[in-house]
Design a protein around this ligand. Structure first.
Ligand code: 13P
Ligand code: SF4
Length: 305
């Protein structure tokens, strides 16, 4: 029954997508059925690169708000749809432009690097943007004495262990990644002694210390595809397991924690995608003055990678 309903939904979405000249971009944490209808599935960096180069008129962004906003920052002439406007990233909400302005006054001359998981207003107040895939490269490229990294203290901390730059952290965090605990990895390593442990850099340092690889979600997928990797303990949001199993059906993927679910990512459903294409809403658009300031930092990032 559900299969029939989904098949009809998929058919309607694909038909309307053609009519609207739309492209569907989906993040690696999206529901499996959403990933399956997307034109492209990837991490934040890959999604922004795809948004920047698409010739489609409409981008249906299956991810969270800051991702759709970044697409709109890069492509102001396109219509960017986020099928559920409530799909925000709680970590991105942990820093506001006002709060950042205040902190900058306390740290005169500081260079602000903002994680892409931030609002357009925060990006506009920052010097350069980065994602988990390129944070180290971006930070190393800067001729800066002192760096204020916002909002993820854990990604910031991880990068600080790999660079000589002085880094100051904003106290933000990802509630989903914090659900992954070192004891989960220790127990699973005992159960699956041959497995590789891969984690996202938003995890806490004690978790990162136990990992074989620390990578963006796109990097984790590429690593899992390597032929010598057969069994993998996956320390990130469990939506990624759908893609991993699809790309490597004979390998074994074990979630580090079944609780590592991002509820906001799961707000995007096939029904909402269809509705969004029918209504051409909800649209995400950034006011021009903020867009131009935010774009400067995003462009700088895209030049580095
Ligand atoms: P990636 O850029 O690695 O896909 O990460 C985005 C994110 O929100 C992780 O929680
Ligand atoms: Fe934000 Fe964490 Fe969800 Fe990623 S997994 S979108 S950082 S809350």
């Amino acid at each position: 029954m559900t299969e029939n309903r989904n098949a009809k939904l998929v058919e309607d979405i694909l038909r309307l997508k053609e009519q609207r000249q739309a492209i569907i971009l989906a993040h690696n944490y999206q529901l499996g059925e959403v990933q399956d209808i997307a034109d492209f599935v990837g991490d934040s960096l890959e999604l922004s690169q795809n948004a920047a180069k698409t010739s489609a008129e409409v981008i249906v962004f299956c991810g969270v708000h800051f991702m759709a906003e970044t697409a709109s920052i890069l492509c102001p002439d396109k219509i960017v749809l986020l099928p559920d406007i409530n799909a925000g990233c709680p970590m991105a909400d942990m820093v506001t432009a006002e709060g950042l302005k205040k902190r900058k006054k306390e740290l005169p001359g500081v260079t602000v690097v903002c994680y892409i998981n931030s609002s357009a207003e925060v990006k506009a107040e920052s010097d350069v943007c980065c994602t988990s895939a390129n944070a180290l490269k971006v930070i190393e490229s800067l001729d800066a004495r002192e760096i204020l990294f916002v909002p993820d203290q854990y990604l910031g901390h991880y990068i600080s262990t790999r660079t000589d730059k002085k880094m100051i952290f904003w106290p933000g965090f990802c509630i989903t990644h914090l659900r992954i605990l070192p004891e989960h990895l220790t127990r699973l390593r005992q159960e699956y002694p041959r497995a590789k442990v891969i984690v996202h850099p938003e995890c806490r340092p004690e978790v990162i210390a136990l990992a074989d690889e620390v990578l963006s979600t796109g990097g984790l997928c590429r690593y899992a595809n390597r032929s010598e990797v057969e069994e993998v303990i996956v320390g990130t949001e469990i939506g990624i397991i759908h893609r991993l199993r699809k790309e490597s059906p004979t390998k074994r993927f074990i979630p580090a924690s079944e609780q590592a679910i991002c509820p906001r990512m799961k707000l995007i459903t096939l029904e909402k995608i269809l509705w969004s294409l029918e209504e051409m809403a909800p649209e995400v658009r950034v006011p021009e003055e903020i867009r131009l300031k935010a774009k400067a930092g995003v462009d700088k990032m895209l030049e580095v990678v």
